[in-house]
Ligand binder design. Structure first.
Ligand code: G1P
Length: 292
C-alpha cells in the first residue's frame, strides 16, 4: 500500500520580476486573487488533500509569508471586540497553520527549482511528498493535489499533473512522454525540461503539481545542472523513471498561470465569477465595462 502523503514543499523564493513594482517590497506569493493571497490557495489545496505539514522554501524579503499564516493578535482582538466583524474574524483566523506544522527554510542562492526542493530534504525525510508551485492557481473539487494523492494511493510512486498545451509553448514547461493513457492516468517514460517544440516528446506539460518520492533527493544531492544552467526538479524526477512507479495524471479543473499578468487577471475574474458571493456582481460589472 502507498505511504500516506502528509507533507508539502512550497518553493517560494522567486523574485517575481514580472510583477514589478508590485513585488518590490512584497513577495509575489502575497499577490491577491479576489480576497486571499496566492500562497493561501496553495495551502488550502493541500489541506483539501489531507496534507497538513508544510515546508516553505523562501528567500530574502519573504517574511510576509510567515506572518500570513501566524495569528495576528491585535487585529483579531480588534475584530472580536467589534460585534459586527465576526465573519472577518473567522476568515483571518482560518489563514493560519497549526502550531508546529510549518517550516520556513531559505534557498540562499537561486540555483533552480530542483535546488529549492532539495533545501527541504531534512524536513521531508524518507516519505512521499507533494510539490506545489504557488504561481499556478488551481481551482477544482477535488483539489488538484487531492486528485494526485488519490492517483498515488492507486499506483504508488510519483505522480505529476499534466495538461495539453499548444506545441509552440513546450519551451515553457517540463514536457512528459507517456505510454497509453487510461482514465486520465498514464505511465511515464520520460520528462524533459523546456524542450523546443520540434524536440518535445509530446504536448503534455507538467503544471507545477506533483507527488514525489524521497529518492529524488538522491539525485538532487548531486547538484547537476540542466536546462538554463539550473538544477532542475524535472531532471531529477526523470532519473526515477523505470526504477519506481511514475505516472502522469491529466488534470481536469481550472488552472490559472499567475506568473504572468494576463493569467493573474484571468484568475481574479474567474475566481470572482465562480464564487456565490460575487458571481452576479462581477458578471454585471464585466457587462458594464465591455459595453462602455
Ligand atoms: C517550472 C518547471 C517546469 C514546469 C513549470 C510549471 O518552470 O521547471 O518543468 O512545467 O514550472 O509551471 P518555471 O515556470 O518555474 O520556469
Amino acid at each position: 500500500m502507498a505511504q500516506r502523503v502528509r507533507k508539502a514543499v512550497l518553493p517560494v523564493a522567486g523574485l517575481g520580476t514580472r510583477f514589478l513594482p508590485a513585488t518590490k517590497a512584497m513577495p509575489k506569493e502575497m499577490l491577491t486573487v479576489v480576497d486571499r493571497p496566492l500562497i493561501q490557495y496553495a495551502v488550502e489545496e493541500c489541506l483539501a488533500a489531507g496534507i497538513e505539514e508544510f515546508v516553505f522554501v523562501t528567500g530574502r524579503n519573504k517574511g510576509a509569508l510567515e506572518d500570513h499564516f501566524d495569528h495576528a493578535y491585535e487585529l483579531e482582538m480588534t475584530l472580536a471586540n467589534r460585534g459586527n466583524k465576526q465573519a472577518e474574524l473567522k476568515q483571518t483566523e482560518q489563514a493560519t497553520i497549526r502550531p508546529g506544522n510549518a517550516i520556513f527554510t531559505r534557498q540562499q542562492k537561486p540555483l533552480g527549482l530542483g535546488h529549492a526542493v532539495w533545501c527541504a530534504r531534512h524536513w521531508i525525510g524518507r516519505e512521499p511528498f507533494a510539490v506545489l508551485l504557488p504561481d499556478e492557481l488551481m481551482v477544482s473539487t477535488p483539489s488538484c493535489t487531492a486528485q494526485l494523492v488519490a492517483a498515488h494511493e492507486k499506483t504508488g510512486g510519483n505522480v505529476v499533473a499534466v495538461i495539453d498545451v499548444p506545441r509552440a509553448q513546450t519551451g515553457s514547461y517540463g514536457i512528459v512522454a507517456v505510454k497509453a493513457e487510461k482514465a486520465g492516468l498514464a505511465e511515464m517514460t520520460g520528462i524533459v525540461e523546456k524542450p523546443r517544440p520540434e524536440e518535445a516528446p509530446s504536448t503534455l506539460a507538467w503544471i507545477g503539481r506533483s507527488i514525489v518520492m524521497p529518492e529524488v533527493f538522491d539525485h538532487l544531492d548531486k547538484h547537476e545542472k540542466g536546462a538554463g544552467g539550473e538544477i532542475q526538479l524535472t531532471d531529477a524526477m526523470a532519473k526515477l523513471i523505470g526504477h519506481q512507479p511514475f505516472h502522469a495524471l491529466r488534470y481536469t479543473g481550472g488552472r490559472y498561470d499567475c506568473g504572468n499578468r494576463l493569467g493573474f487577471l484571468e484568475a481574479n475574474i474567474a475566481v470572482a465569477l465562480g464564487r456565490a458571493d460575487s458571481a452576479a456582481e462581477t458578471r454585471a460589472l464585466l457587462g458594464r465595462l465591455l459595453k462602455g
